[in-house]
Design a protein around this ligand. Structure first.
Ligand code: ADP
Ligand code: CO
Length: 349
């Protein structure tokens, strides 16, 4: 008997170095963890399986016909069928149903882009199962149909997702601007403000935005292309000041577009906004004393903050956050950033 099974793993938004868990509801927990936030997915094809099924963190998730999961699986099977037709010696596993099991080691559907890493891991695991030639750009085209941002998670480092111009999306794929090693000094803190499932899923929210927001049209035509150019250049030049400015401007406009949707979408909450205020103040003091920007916040479709900063500022930022936001759990420090200090934060029971 032959077992056809493969496992793949994808990180959220490429590689991250530092994980900081922040408030849950009105209290907070801060954890620094070397484990990257990732989805790990195992797929198995077997003639005894009756239909395609998927388990997410141990719970079965329905694969809706015509839905994004079904589309990705169908596309991957069809790529397998093509190589089976070219090479008749290959086992015809494209005709078997698949069972897929996936685990996220971070909150699902809480605005930390689980859909991105989830679909990237799904596509990578099916590509391994079907022994497809792994051209990440081609796979990113398929992952994109599951979750727009998934195509970026198939690469490491700094990745751009090209919007493309064709209506069928065939030129909308991801490209790597620079490998992670190009700019190792930039670090990310992920502040989990809430791990609740959000009210609006990113995909359905985006659909409503496309239908109703006039600001979105302005953003697509007149803002995003120039910012893409600027941020790519900033990454290539390791220019944190420009990188930070564009990152924060774009996060703000993304959330302005959410608010411009009918009915309006609020992804951020009061804690998210308080973190913005803290970073703004931190940068203001740095600039007023003759320096450059020291940190950048960005929020995806949810309340949780990602803070980018050069490594030398990370300790200071963690201290600020621990000082101003009560922690749900004692602060953990696997990096040894706080060697001889006692940074427990203000633990709320
Ligand atoms: P998020 O902000 O976490 O991306 P979304 O609402 O955009 O939230 O996407 C969440 C959905 O993505 C889940 O309900 C599930 O359908 C899908 N998803 C998340 N993780 C995985 C995974 N590991 N494997 C497959 N699908 C996943
Ligand atoms: Co998402």
């Amino acid at each position: 008997m032959t077992i056809y099974q493969a496992t793949a793993s994808a990180p959220i938004l490429g590689k991250r170095d530092t994980k900081l868990i922040l408030p849950t509801n009105s209290s907070l927990s801060v954890t620094l963890d070397q484990d990257h936030l990732r989805s790990t997915t195992t797929s198995r094809a077997d003639p005894s399986f009756e239909k395609d099924r998927l388990w997410l963190n141990g719970q079965e998730d329905e694969i809706k016909e015509g839905g994004r999961l079904a589309t990705c699986i169908k596309e991957m099977k069809s790529l397998r069928r093509q190589i089976e037709e070219k090479d008749p010696s290959l086992p015809k596993i494209s005709s078997y149903a698949v069972h897929i099991s996936s685990h996220n080691n971070f909150p699902t559907a809480a605005g930390l882009a689980s859909s991105a890493s989830g679909f990237a891991a799904l596509v990578a695991s099916l590509a391994a199962l079907y022994q497809l030639p792994t051209d990440p750009s081609q796979l990113s085209l398929i992952a994109r149909q599951g979750s727009g941002s998934a195509c970026r998670s198939l690469f490491g480092g700094f990745v751009a997702w090209q919007m493309g111009e064709r209506a069928d999306g065939s030129d909308s794929y991801a490209v790597q601007i620079a490998p992670r090693e190009h700019w190792p000094d930039i670090h990310a803190l992920i502040c989990v403000v809430s791990d609740d499932k959000k009210g609006t899923s990113s995909t359905s929210g985006m659909q409503r935005t496309v239908e109703t927001s006039t600001l979105l049209q302005h953003r697509i035509k007149h803002v995003v292309p120039e910012r893409m150019r600027m941020i790519s250049e900033a990454i290539r030049a390791r220019d944190f000041d420009t990188f930070a400015r564009v990152t924060m401007q774009d996060s703000n406009q993304f959330h302005a577009v959410a608010l411009d949707t009918e009915p309006p979408i609020f992804y951020m909450n009061d804690v998210s906004r308080a973190i913005i205020a803290l970073i703004v103040e931190y940068n203001r003091i740095a600039v007023e004393t003759g320096g450059k920007l020291k940190a950048a916040y960005t929020y995806d479709a949810g309340p949780n903050a990602v803070i980018y900063a050069p490594k030398e500022n990370i300790k200071e930022i963690v201290e600020l956050i621990v000082k101003y936001f009560p922690q749900a759990e004692p602060f953990k420090d696997p990096f040894g950033l706080f060697d001889d200090e006692d940074v427990q934060g203000n633990v709320v029971e």
